[in-house]
Design a protein around this ligand. Structure first.
Ligand code: UT7
Length: 326
């Protein structure tokens, strides 16, 4: 077991709500289609001047405030994102820039929707190995700036937001009991942003071709997501030595209620234990699990010592699942 205690969690969500009814006026879609296929009713959209680091910094500051520590008391700041402010430096360093923060090691994790769990895996290992005593793991995305608002098959799915957790070393039996993670880069092209990197640098042509937006084969992602998220969760439970009955909450990555429900059913965790926020926020990629965890804690759904199963799948493809004792 890799021991740590979650001192605090927090979330930051842009105030602007974009409803399905409003989308009906923008593209050829219906509230009924979106709700039936995805479970999403509305999502948050960042203002034009807001970048990923702004949401990440807001979530981080609130989490530090709730934990009663100054950000400079952190040893490491990990930001999981697929929508960085810039290719370099990392969004984690832009968070430091915004906060005037010097000192903590800071870097991004690029693992799509699995990013926050990848970040937790790293933080847990750093704490267990002595590389850090106190770590912040933030999942933050401004997906609205990388979707093609004329592509109805993707633009209805995503939303913006950030969630943060502050972890610190402890002697008690808390932290990650079991986990499983992996990736399959052979499927990288199924869900990606083609341009803006060194493969296809920004040019007038790439902009005209909308190559800087999300390209996704939704059906393929769907099938792989259910398999990887359920198998990951089952493996993490096995490695933790616990049963589905022992788990208090299941927090799956929030992409689509059908994926979440199929994952839950295969994992054999009771329906009432599943946390679902996708109806209000859509798919916030790396931010979905920390925001859901924070909302569950705020709602009093977790008490000391409870077990939380978390599982995610995303671009790469990547996947990760963990059993956490809070
Ligand atoms: O976090 C990982 C990131 N991504 C995901 O998790 C997404 C995973 N995939 C999905 O959630 C689903 O595949 C979608 C929700 C994206 C699509 O659902 P689907 O049941 O796989 O629908 P489909 O792609 O097979 O499309 C069915 C129909 C198509 O029309 P035709 O060809 O049957 O006439 C689409 O053109 O639905 C049409 N369609 C829409 N209709 C109304 C696609 N998007 C929309 C839309 N409104 N927004």
């Amino acid at each position: 077991m890799r021991r740590f205690k979650i001192l605090a969690t927090a979330r930051a969500l842009p105030p602007r709500v974009l409803t399905n009814a409003e989308l009906e006026t923008m593209i050829d879609t219906t509230d009924q289609w979106i709700v039936e296929r995805t479970g999403i009713r509305e999502r948050r959209i960042a203002a034009p001047e807001v970048a990923t680091s702004d949401l990440a910094a807001e979530a981080l500051l609130s989490a530090c405030g709730a934990a009663g520590l100054e950000p400079d008391a952190l040893d490491v700041l990990i930001v999981a994102t697929s929508t960085p402010d810039t290719l370099f430096p990392s969004t984690a360093c832009w968070v430091q820039h915004k906060l005037g923060l010097r000192g903590p090691a800071a870097f991004d994790v690029s693992a799509g929707c699995s990013g926050w769990l990848y970040g937790m895996e790293l933080a847990a290992s750093l704490i267990a190995g002595g590389g850090a005593r106190t770590a912040a793991v933030v999942g933050a995305e401004v997906m609205s700036k990388v979707v093609n608002w004329e592509d109805r098959s993707t633009c209805v799915l995503f939303g913006d937001g950030a969630g943060a957790a502050i972890l610190t070393a402890c002697e008690e039996d808390r932290g990650l009991l079991g986990s499983a993670w992996g990736a399959d880069g052979t499927l990288a092209r199924v869900l990606y942003q083609p341009a803006g990197g060194t493969r296809q640098p920004a040019s007038a042509e790439s902009v005209a071709a909308r190559a800087h937006t999300v390209h996704m084969e939704g059906n393929t992602v769907f099938k792989h997501a259910v398999t990887a998220m359920s198998e990951g969760a089952i493996e993490a439970l096995k490695r933790a030595g616990v049963t589905p009955e022992d788990v208090t909450l299941l927090i799956p990555h929030q992409a689509n209620t059908r994926i979440m429900e199929a994952t839950r059913a295969r994992t054999a965790i009771a329906p009432a234990k599943m946390v679902s926020i996708v109806d209000r926020y859509g798919n916030m990629s790396a931010a979905t699990i920390p925001v859901a965890l924070d909302e569950a804690r705020a709602a009093g759904r977790l008490k000391d010592g409870d077990l939380v199963a978390m599982t995610a799948f995303g671009t790469g493809f990547t996947w990760a699942a963990q059993v956490l004792r809070v």
